[in-house]
Design a protein around this ligand. Structure first.
Ligand SMILES: [Zn+2]
Length: 223
């Protein structure tokens, strides 16, 4: 498809929106007030708005290869800080997906180039959970690591100064971990939600990891 077609499609879309919802763009131009933030993989098959049925203005998005959150990544942390402190989003979802190429490269230690350095963060997750992963049939390891990577990144978000400060001042904001199935278009909740009220991040993290191990054991038994 020639690239100029994208511009033509954009004009058609904007005209259609304006015809169906007069004032839609004018209202959005004045302010955004999304309730949600999405931290997802850059993979073209996992578009935040379409998957969740959200419109422009409804979800603040940060995406990178393999949906990684590390405290030294100012790009990601600045987006989280803006979303929490300024936009005052209520829910932040870390969303991974099965069959993630970045997670697979980290798992199999495939060299892909500069991204190897970024994927080292996912490799660290694999090494932390190696006891579990090595017990699984190879076919199940990637799915399990995709889930574990999300759970690990949820913990990183929850431990960030941005969320810790928000919770300390009583702000209502929750962090969740989801994984998306490319094969069926469905999102799955990894039950790792934390909102700063009571649940210890470490306890929720440990339960979510144990659930991955249980699911993987069941899947392995049926394989
Ligand atoms: Zn991916």
């Amino acid at each position: 498809m020639p690239w100029r077609v994208l511009l033509q499609r954009n004009r058609a879309w904007a005209e259609r929106m304006q015809a169906e919802r007069p004032g839609f763009f004018a209202a959005l131009a004045r302010q955004q007030s999304p309730r949600y933030m999405w931290i997802g993989c850059s993979d073209s098959r996992v578009p935040a708005n379409q998957i969740t049925g959200l419109e422009p203005g409804e979800v603040f998005v940060h995406r990178n290869v393999a949906n990684v959150v590390v405290p030294s990544d100012l790009n990601c942390l600045a987006a989280v800080q803006y979303a929490v402190d300024v936009l005052r989003i209520e829910h932040l979802m870390v969303v991974g997906h099965y069959g993630c190429g970045g997670v697979q490269a980290a798992l199999l230690q495939q060299r892909v180039g500069l991204a190897d350095n970024w994927l080292r963060h996912v490799r660290d997750v694999a090494e932390r959970h190696w006891d579990l992963l090595q017990r699984l049939p190879e076919a199940q390891r990637l799915d399990a690591l995709c889930e574990l990577n999300v759970i690990e990144q949820v913990r990183h978000v929850a431990q960030s100064t941005v969320l810790q400060d928000a919770w300390a001042r009583g702000q209502a904001v929750a962090v969740h971990g989801w994984v998306y199935g490319l094969h069926d278009g469905l999102l799955h909740d990894l039950q790792v939600s934390v909102d700063g009220h009571g649940q210890e991040v470490e306890a929720v993290y440990a339960q979510a990891c144990a659930a991955v191990a249980r699911r993987a054991a069941v899947a392995a038994a049926h394989a």
